[in-house]
Design a protein around this ligand. Structure first.
Ligand SMILES: NC(=O)c1ccc[n+]([C@@H]2O[C@H](COP(=O)([O-])OP(=O)(O)OC[C@H]3O[C@@H](n4cnc5c(N)ncnc54)[C@H](OP(=O)(O)O)[C@@H]3O)[C@@H](O)[C@H]2O)c1
Length: 307
C-alpha cells in the first residue's frame, strides 16, 4: 500500500481530537492533521508542554488551527470534564485519535487503584469515545483510531488480574493495555456496523520510534535502545503515518489494523499489520467491553443497536 499524504483532499471545516498531542507520534499526527486543514483539539494532560508543542507546530505551520484542552486520561473524572468542555465548544467531531499512552515497568496505579497503563491507554480512551461518539457525523469519513502496538502480539487480557499483580513479565500490563486498544477498536466497529452506523473504528500500530514512551526504562535498556533505535526504528513523523492513513484514507474499512511493513514491522510503508489470534477473539472483545463499562461506571450504548 503506497500511501501518499499529498493525495488526501483538504479537510477544512472538520474537527479532530488527538490525545497526547504534545509529544512523539501525537505531535507529528497533530502537525499533519493541521496541515490538512483540520481544526485540531490537542487533548493533553500537561498544559505547559501542550503550549510549547502548539508553539512548535505554529512555527512549522503558521496556519494551524489548534486548541488545547486539558485531560488526564488516567482519571475518569478528568475525561468526563474534558468531554463536557469539548461539547460546550464544538457541535461535531470528525476524527478521534486515541493516541496517548504510557509505558511503565513499576506497577504504578491511578488514583482509583487501577493499573496505570490499563487505566490510561484503555479505560480513559474507552470512556472518552463513549462520551463523544454522539458528536460524530454518521459518515465513513468519521474515524476513531486506536494506537495499538507490536506489544499486543504476546499479550492476553488477564480478566482475573487486570492489575497484573501476579504477572512474571514486567511488560505484561503494557501488552495487555495495547491489546485492549485493538480489541476495543474491533468491538466498537462491530457494534457500529450492527447499529447501521457508517462511522469507522480501526486500529494501527506505529512500529517503533524514539519518542518519550521509553523514558521509564532501566538505564541499561534505555541506552541500548538509544544506540539501536536509529538503525532499526523510524522517525516519529514516519511512525505517525499508519495513524494518518487510518484517519484520512478513503481506502480503509472498519476493523482493519495497519502498521509499517518493513523488517519486523518496526518501520516501512503502511499496510495491513500482523495480529495475534487472541486479538481476533470476539468473545474476549465482548467481555472486555462489558468489564470496561463496569469500570467506567457508564454503559456504552450505540444508538440504533438493540442488545
Ligand atoms: N513510539 C513507539 O515506538 C510506539 C510503539 C508502539 C506503540 N506506541 C503507541 O503510540 C502512542 C504514542 O506514544 P509515543 O510513542 O508518541 O509516546 P510519547 O512521546 O511518550 O507520547 C505519549 C503522549 O501521551 C501523553 N499521555 C501520557 N499519559 C497521559 C495521560 N494520563 N493523560 C493524557 N495524556 C497522556 C503524553 O503526555 P506527557 O507528555 O504529558 O507525558 C504524551 O503526549 C502510544 O499509545 C504508544 O503506546 C508507540
Amino acid at each position: 500500500m503506497d500511501f501518499k499524504l499529498k493525495d488526501i483532499a483538504a479537510q477544512q471545516g472538520r474537527v479532530a481530537i488527538v490525545t497526547g498531542a504534545n509529544n512523539g507520534i501525537g505531535f507529528e499526527t497533530t502537525l499533519a492533521m493541521a496541515k490538512y486543514g483540520f481544526k485540531v483539539v490537542m487533548a493533553c494532560r500537561n498544559l505547559a508542554k501542550a503550549q510549547q508543542a502548539k508553539a512548535n507546530i505554529l512555527g512549522k505551520w503558521p496556519a494551524a488551527d489548534l486548541e488545547i484542552l486539558q485531560v488526564d486520561l488516567s482519571d475518569l473524572d478528568s475525561v468526563g470534564a474534558f468531554a463536557q468542555s469539548f461539547k460546550q465548544r464544538y457541535d461535531r467531531l470528525d476524527v478521534l485519535i486515541n493516541n496517548a499512552g504510557v509505558l511503565v515497568y513499576s506497577g504504578k496505579k491511578n488514583k482509583a487503584g487501577i493499573e496505570l497503563q490499563f487505566a490510561t491507554n484503555h479505560l480513559g480512551h474507552f470512556l472518552l469515545t463513549n462520551l463523544l461518539l454522539e458528536l460524530m457525523p454518521d459518515d465513513s469519513a468519521s474515524r476513531i483510531v486506536a494506537l495499538s502496538s507490536l506489544a499486543h502480539l504476546n499479550a492476553e487480557i488477564y480478566f482475573d488480574d487486570l492489575n497484573c499483580e501476579t504477572a512474571s513479565d514486567a511488560g505484561a500490563a503494557y501488552g495487555q493495555s495495547k491489546l485492549a486498544n485493538l480489541l476495543f477498536a474491533d468491538e466498537l466497529n462491530r457494534r457500529l456496523g450492527k447499529a447501521g452506523r457508517k462511522i469507522v473504528a480501526l486500529a494501527v500500530h506505529p512500529g517503533g520510534s524514539d519518542s518519550g514512551l521509553f523514558d521509564e526504562m532501566s538505564w541499561v535498556m534505555y541506552y541500548t535502545f538509544k544506540i539501536l533505535s536509529p538503525f532499526i526504528l523510524h522517525s516519529n513523523a514516519s511512525a505517525a503515518k499508519p495513524t494518518l492513513f487510518a484517519a484520512l484514507s478513503p481506502e480503509v474499512r472498519g476493523g482493519e489494523y495497519f502498521g509499517p511493513q518493513g523488517f519486523m514491522e518496526f518501520r516501512g510503508k503502511v499496510g495491513i499489520a500482523k495480529r495475534s489470534d487472541y486479538s481476533r477473539r470476539e468473545d474476549i472483545a465482548t467481555k472486555l467491553w462489558e468489564v470496561s463499562e463496569k469500570m467506567t461506571a457508564q454503559s456504552f450504548v450505540i444508538e440504533g443497536l438493540y442488545q
